[in-house]
Design a protein. Structure first.
Length: 419
């Protein structure tokens, strides 16, 4: 929780002002989302290679690499802005930002779950993720508000602050993070092609070929079509609705409100999850609320209506994510945990590439409101897949008042073979 909190604090310093920073650097709204799409595209490309690092050299090594790469790439963003480098160089830095985040995605989560299993944890994973979510979102609130206030002075300051905090979290991780319940193994350069092949097979064997996992991954892709675009599109959109395009601090406040709703969602889940019998009940309801609220953001033309609707959507998504994580982890063997989680994240990033490019182009040709309507409409496609998931009645769908965390069984006929 300490590691995730400091990491989130550092990352969130720029989340409330990133779109405004790129617009101020000379990009138009389409160029902003091209740069963001390159970032998510890089995440698609690097998810598997960085998953290999986490599943071989260790989750700790992967995390430390994440902080180093992100620190340098964030400073690179500032450098491109100072020299007027334009879209191409922002895209280059976005590639390295994507690389940095993929070293983090899957690795820390896998590290946590393996350590909990090793220490005989008997509670519900959702409670762990929810408590961590409350803490990290509190830090995200601080980070986004601080970033907005610092951005009012100079939009580059939040980026410099992020780099400094990343250096701090590297030091903390180096001293206190150790692989528990997982034994790293050496990875040589000559072994990389074989490992890539092995990871690809395991992603299919333990991920895509399992119907419940496959359905969850399809939902991840569908939500990815809107998610990243929606967060960053609110910055100029809400300022325009308010009629104060220069009030950068408002973007920071809205991002902070997003953090607050995420804290609330994790608190609600942590407190009331035992009232439900099935995880899919929560997933379907949350997905439906996300769809309705997102379309509403694009339909209304009032700042004071659009913001609450957007926050309702983030509340629903904040409930959706820990439940999805808890379901997914109950289906994945430990040895392939980081790999499959990274594969799931890769599909989400793939959706983000398509969504940011398409919705960014639509926003330039028509307006951002149209992007919210279309983006919200795409999320409704997730509900049929969640209904199919519910009908499977998989044991992982059942919520217990005092559950345990068993090692997931390997389905018959799906034993991975070494290359």
């Amino acid at each position: 929780m300490v590691i995730a909190s400091i990491y989130t604090l550092s990352a969130s310093l720029i989340w409330g002002v990133n779109t405004l920073f790129l617009l101020d650097a000379g990009l138009d709204i389409f160029g902003v989302f091209v740069a963001n799409a390159v970032f998510t595209g890089a995440m698609v490309i690097f998810e598997v290679p960085t998953g290999i690092v986490a599943d071989t050299s260790g989750r700790r090594t992967s995390f430390l690499l994440s902080t180093v790469v992100l620190c340098l790439a964030t400073l690179g963003y500032v450098g491109v802005s100072l020299v007027g480098g334009g879209l191409f160089w922002f895209c280059v830095m976005s590639v390295f930002l994507g690389l940095g985040f993929t070293f983090y995605s899957g690795a820390v989560e896998a590290w946590l779950v393996d350590a909990l299993q090793s220490t005989h944890f008997t509670g519900e994973l959702e409670n762990v993720f929810a408590r961590a979510g409350m803490i990290t979102n509190a830090l995200m609130l601080i980070g986004t508000v601080s970033g907005g206030l610092l951005g009012n002075v100079d939009l580059a300051i939040p980026y410099v602050g992020r780099a400094l905090l990343l250096a701090m979290v590297f030091g903390w991780g180096y001293l206190h993070m150790h692989d528990i319940g997982y034994t790293p193994r050496a990875l040589t350069l000559s072994a990389v092609p074989a490992e890539v092949g092995k990871v690809a097979r395991e992603s299919i064997t333990f991920g895509w070929q399992q119907q419940p996992v496959r359905l969850i991954m399809i939902v991840t892709f569908i939500h990815g079509l809107y998610g990243i675009w929606g967060f960053y599109a609110t910055q100029p959109y809400f300022l325009d609705l308010l009629g104060q395009p220069d009030a950068i601090w408002v973007a920071g406040v809205v991002a902070a409100l997003v953090s607050t709703t995420m804290i609330a969602s994790n608190w609600l889940l942590n407190r009331y999850i035992s009232l439900f019998r099935s995880r899919t009940t929560i997933l379907i309801a949350a997905s439906a609320i996300l769809t309705a609220s997102t379309i509403g953001v694009g339909v209304v033309d009032s700042f004071w209506l659009a913001v609450p609707l957007f926050l309702l959507g983030t509340l629903a998504f904040g409930i959706f994510m820990p439940v999805k994580q808890g379901y997914l982890h109950r289906l994945i063997p430990s040895a392939q945990r980081a790999t499959v989680i990274s594969f799931d994240a890769m599909l989400g990033s793939g959706g983000g590439v398509v969504g940011q490019s398409g919705l960014g182009y639509l926003a330039r040709q028509q307006n951002i409101a149209a992007g919210f309507v279309v983006g919200g409409a795409t999320t409704v496609l997730a509900i049929p897949f969640l209904l199919i998931l519910r009908r499977l009645n998989n044991p992982a769908d059942h919520i217990k008042a005092n559950g345990d965390l068993p090692l997931p069984a390997i389905p018959e006929g799906m034993i991975a073979k070494d290359p």
